[in-house]
Design a binder for this molecule. Structure first.
Ligand SMILES: Nc1nc2c(ncn2[C@@H]2O[C@H](COP(=O)(O)OP(=O)(O)OP(=O)(O)O)[C@@H](O)[C@H]2O)c(=O)[nH]1
Ligand SMILES: [Mg+2]
Length: 294
């Protein structure tokens, strides 16, 4: 009898264990099923992302195909003058450069870029850019050399009425600058290549703030100091445009005329865009205001 009980108990135990196993197995199977469903959903999502990326690449390619080709036209403007006349102060003011290409140590030239206009013609977008080379006065010989060997579209000669910390006109300094640009030097600078490529020469008499009086009087005085140079420059006016400006880089007098003047004289007429036309209309050209003479 006890043996039968033992057998029955063992049977009950076996059935119990089997039932527990069955439950565990069922749970496991459910887990595996859920995992498989998750993997399938994940795979579907990845495949949809891939398709989306593929579509995006195709769209970008088609955009690239219809995008205009970019062409760049650079016009070089050279700034020339003895040490401390205000060349850098003036360049930073008129050119309002967006790009500072940095100082080239060996040659001591500061090189800047200013975008002037963008013109779209069929599938070509032309970007017109001024490159301004601002040579330190200590390197005037290298600057003059650049004028002779490079293609320079505009020349900005900067003279001043007094030294770096002057608070009045310095006649000795003016005489020294007149000697620097005496007729013989001008003949050397205004060679055949320069006269062919260069569209304008601007003489900017800087530091007009050192002369007291009305703007008209200041201009007259400044031009009187530099009369020999003005006269010698004008001898070239049949070959190249000559412009005389009196102003102050520190106070912004006449500095705004420079950009419009260079645009007007250097940029071909088909290089104007809407924005530039608007700007030129507002400025009224280089002689729209006072201080300019050609
Ligand atoms: N009073 C007066 N000082 C000015 C004017 N423009 C520039 N300066 C001063 O002149 C000094 C020289 O100015 P810069 O712009 O460095 O002259 P620069 O011609 O570039 O000098 P270098 O590169 O050394 O040849 C500075 O002390 C300026 O503050 C101006 O319109 N009026
Ligand atoms: Mg400088």
């Amino acid at each position: 009898m006890p043996q039968q009980i033992i057998v029955v108990l063992m049977l009950i135990c076996c059935i119990g264990i089997a039932a527990v196993w069955a439950i565990l197995l069922r749970r496991r199977l459910l887990d595996v099923g859920a995992h498989a469903a998750m993997l399938q959903a994940d795979a579907q999502q990845r495949s949809s992302w891939l398709k989306h990326q593929d579509d995006e690449i195709k769209w970008l390619r088609s955009e690239l195909d219809i995008r205009p080709r970019l062409v760049r036209k650079t016009y070089k403007i050279l700034t020339l003058g003895v040490k401390g006349t205000g060349k850098t102060s003036l360049t930073l003011k008129w050119a309002n450069p967006l790009v500072d290409l940095g100082t080239i140590k060996e040659t001591q030239v500061e090189r800047y870029e200013r975008w002037v206009s963008h013109v779209l013609d069929n599938d070509v977008l032309t970007e017109h850019v001024f490159q301004i080379d601002d040579w330190g006065g200590e390197h005037i010989v290298e600057a003059q050399h650049e004028l002779i060997v490079e293609e320079i579209h505009g020349l900005l000669v900067v003279v001043d009425l007094g030294g770096p910390n002057a608070n009045e006109v310095d006649p000795d300094r003016i005489q020294a600058q007149l000697r620097e640009f005496q007729p013989q030097a001008l003949r050397f600078l205004f060679g055949p290549k320069m006269l062919t490529v260069c569209k304008t020469v601007v003489l900017f008499i800087n530091k007009s703030d050192l002369i007291p009086g009305t703007p008209a009087h200041v201009e007259e005085e400044a031009k009187r100091y530099y009369a020999p140079l003005i006269e010698n420059l004008k001898k070239y006016s049949a070959q190249v445009n000559i412009c005389i400006l009196v102003g102050s880089a520190s106070y912004g007098h006449s500095t705004h005329h420079l950009f419009s003047h260079f645009v007007e004289k250097i940029l071909p007429k088909d290089a104007y865009d809407e924005h530039l036309l608007q700007r030129m209309k507002q400025n009224g050209g280089p002689r729209g205001g006072k201080g300019g003479e050609e």
